[in-house]
Design a protein around this ligand. Structure first.
Ligand code: SF4
Ligand code: SF4
Length: 505
């Protein structure tokens, strides 16, 4: 194994932020017990919600499929433990699909009985890549770094490109979040095993595991596993601890010195980026046949008694996890799902842990809302923007709701990192306005796509009805013809019977 290297491209802008990570990394990952009740949203991923395949009252086993894919961008959902389905209903959530979404509710039976494993699944290198990708789809895996893009679809898209580098993203640049660090410290074999599976599936010859230089324990553990398995194709790349170096495009730039084009994907420059947790989830599914039913997450902040990293079943409520971590401190004030820069503030801890929950942050202070002042054109926001946008001009265009100009100023490339907000002396809520504008544009695009899908469904239904009608008419004509041909014989038979009866008389 080669030693970790530093030969890097350059990241534009970014900020060095206080890490606040030591409080949650002092102890190894702890396992949260299976709760009495699990709440599993049907939409824990980007794309269309999965559709339930279970009924209320049905008993399910751990790892059993409970919601399957419908639509081209989706990830199935599996039961995180054994128990009885007691409801399929809207529940408070903190996902990209809003504050409330349909969930499958399981009352756990406490036995945690697993569905039987498929003995053949470990021999992945005998599978052709297409079959392997099809298998990954069944595991319910979505990007665990936060974007929760269904992994199988991302990989399928990548097969249409010439991928030269697989980059495993272990760069956890946002303050407080340390779940990937914890995972790399303890689950190096799973992370690297996942990389090998991905390389086989995509015919990729080089993999870089990108880790920040301030994570020596993770780097050492990964290095030991690499030395043990002796796979020369995989190497560790250390990147500087600058926020947001873990953004997908920023990481590609740092690791390969290639620039992802505006509106493009890393695959456009021969790269595929996967979070280290996603790689471990792929390993667990393909090698151990464990679908994605749990994840490592960070529970931290000065509003929780014992900050730590935990592994918990998906569907466990945030409240259950906080209780496991010793409960709230007296002065706990704000609950955030995610990190302080990109996370979402929630008002209820009934929301469940989902595939994308990398952090539960409890703070003792809600940041005060500073009065907004006019822009003084200092240019600080542009200086720190990692995407090299002009946030102040973008902001004016979002205020004017001028979609054409928003696009031309690169709104779609904004990664909502929040760097511009942090440095703006006028306290202008730049990121919030970009997030809202992007959501509006996305919603319009989704609406258009939904209308298009509805039109296709309507046309397909009409075609089917027409076909059925035609088949019915053909069948009727065929029966009539058969009857017509059979008629002389039938009449002759009736006449013969009549004649026989008359003769007997
Ligand atoms: S939030 Fe968007 S505009 Fe602001 S610094 Fe980040 S990428 Fe640039
Ligand atoms: S940092 Fe704030 S004040 Fe300075 S140019 Fe940007 S928006 Fe204007």
């Amino acid at each position: 194994m080669s030693a970790p290297t530093y030969d890097l491209g350059k990241l534009h802008g970014g900020l060095r932020l206080q890490a606040h990570k030591q409080m949650s990394t002092a102890e190894p990952i702890r396992q949260v017990p299976v709760p009495e009740q699990l709440i599993l949203p049907l939409a824990q991923h980007a794309g269309d919600p999965a559709q339930p395949v279970v009924r209320i009252g049905e008993h399910v086993l751990k790892g059993q499929l409970i919601a399957e894919c419908e639509g081209s961008l989706c990830a199935p959902v599996h039961a995180s433990s054994s128990g009885t389905i007691v409801a399929i209903e809207p529940w408070p959530v903190s996902t990209r699909h809003g504050d409330s979404a349909p969930c499958i509710v399981i009352n756990c039976d406490g036995k945690d009985t697993a569905i039987g494993a498929d003995e053949n699944c470990a021999a992945y290198d005998n599978l052709v890549p297409e079959d392997l990708l099809g298998n990954i789809l069944l595991g319910g895996i979505a990007g665990l770094g936060g974007a929760v893009f269904p992994t199988a679809q991302k990989l399928m898209q990548a097969t249409t490109c010439d991928i030269e580098y697989l980059i495993l993203n272990g760069v956890e640049c946002e303050p407080y979040i340390s779940c990937d660090d914890a995972l790399m410290r303890e689950y190096g074999r799973e992370v690297i095993g996942g990389a090998q599976i991905l390389m086989h599936a995509l015919h990729v010859g080089v993999c870089y595991i990108a880790v920040e230089s301030d994570k020596p324990v993770a780097i050492q553990h990964l290095g030991e596993v690499l030395a043990e398995i002796d796979d020369e194709r995989i190497a560790i790349k250390m990147v500087p601890t600058i926020y947001p170096s873990g953004g997908e495009d920023q990481l590609v730039q740092l690791v390969t010195n290639r620039e992802v084009p505006s509106g493009g994907l890393p695959s456009d420059v021969g790269c595929l980026v996967q979070n280290v947790g996603t790689a471990a989830a792929i390993y667990n599914w393909i090698i151990k046949h464990q679908p994605l039913i749990s994840r490592v997450t960070t529970i931290t902040g000065d509003g929780v008694a014992t900050p730590m990293n935990v592994e918990a079943r998906l569907g466990t409520t945030v409240g259950d996890i906080v209780r496991f971590a010793g409960g709230y401190t007296e002065n706990a004030e704000q609950l955030i799902i995610g990190g302080p820069m990109t996370g979402k503030s929630v008002t209820s801890d009934r929301v469940p842990l989902v595939k994308g929950t990398n952090c539960i942050l409890v703070l003792s202070q809600t940041p005060s809302v500073r009065p907004e002042m006019p822009c003084i054109r200092c240019g600080d926001c542009a200086a720190v923007c990692p995407v090299q946008l002009l946030p102040q001009q973008l902001f004016w265009n979002t205020c004017a709701n001028d979609e054409k100009k928003m696009r031309s100023y690169g709104l779609i490339d904004c990664i909502e990192c929040g760097c511009c907000d942090l440095v703006c002396p006028s306290h202008i809520p730049l990121t919030a306005s970009f997030r809202t504008a992007k959501a509006r544009i996305r919603e319009q695009a989704d609406e258009k796509a939904r209308a298009e899908r509805a039109r296709h469904r309507f046309e397909a239904r009409n075609d089917r009805l027409e076909r059925d009608q035609q088949l019915r008419e053909e069948e009727l004509a065929r029966q009539k013809e058969t009857a017509r041909q059979a008629a002389p014989d039938a009449i002759a038979e009736i006449l013969k019977r009549k004649q026989d009866a008359a003769d007997e008389d």
